[in-house]
Design a protein around this ligand. Sequence first.
Ligand SMILES: [Zn+2]
Length: 302
Amino acid sequence: MIDSLVHTPKSEAECALRLYDESWCAAYAVRLRWPQGFVCPVCAASHQGYVQSEKPLCRACGRSSSITAGTLLHGSKKSIATWLRALWWLSGEHTSVSIAKLKHHLGFRSYQTGWAWMKKLRFILHQVNRTQCRGIVLVDAVAADDCDKGDQLLTSVESIARGRSTGRLRIKVSAVLNQEFIAQFCRQAVTPGSIIIVPGRTPFDGFHMQEIVCTVDDSIFHHEDVLRISACYRLWRRQKKFRCTAQHNDQDLVDEFCYFYNRSLYTDRVHLFETLVSVALNHSHDDFRSLIEQSAAPGGVQ
Ligand SMILES: [Zn+2]
């Protein structure tokens, strides 16, 4: 274990200060990427206890590597400290993110750089959102917006304390809602062994799954939380001035909304920051590359 190399900051103030120390940032990133010691990104050979933040050398294939090699941050011209400051900024946002705010925080002049970084940060948000709902989970669908597109928001949300609060939220946008789609969503969004509460109407009537207990309840008592969440989403979307056009990916918007809804579950900002850094350093650049290629990028990753 190399935990002794660098510790998690004990306060927000300490964390914000450390992020201007390049060597601390490098050691912190190494601890989160290789907690048991360096693992070669080329040949996957593990080196128990071997820690080297500057160009670690693989004893198996002889190649030198870097903290960001093969990760989401692969090939970036900016330092790891700059990336950590971007993730620290992200961990402190409570309602929305934007390229303008990111540029202001990091002092970037280029819109292209801000655009490329925001794509990666949104990808990280999406990965953090993948945590499943568990326990007693409300599942329902409501209209996505006031337009005539007909999309539905298929929603699952943990029911923590009736009348007080809800827990983790997952939402999927769907143009066609049937039981096959609902089952696929529940497998992704709800932990096996949980209990889901669905309404008795079409297309939920008669819905069942092997790995999840399904209970039918039509009372408004159980579904007002979903109605309230969808109203919050529509308001949030209006505030972001997104219009109902094909230019915006509705699922991206919904994912961002879910991230900020779930963000309040993290009472400790430093813990959320560490989660974001772990995602950035433990996801492959290849997973992300197709996303970049699909978009008409005004410029490359800086
Ligand atoms: Zn190797």
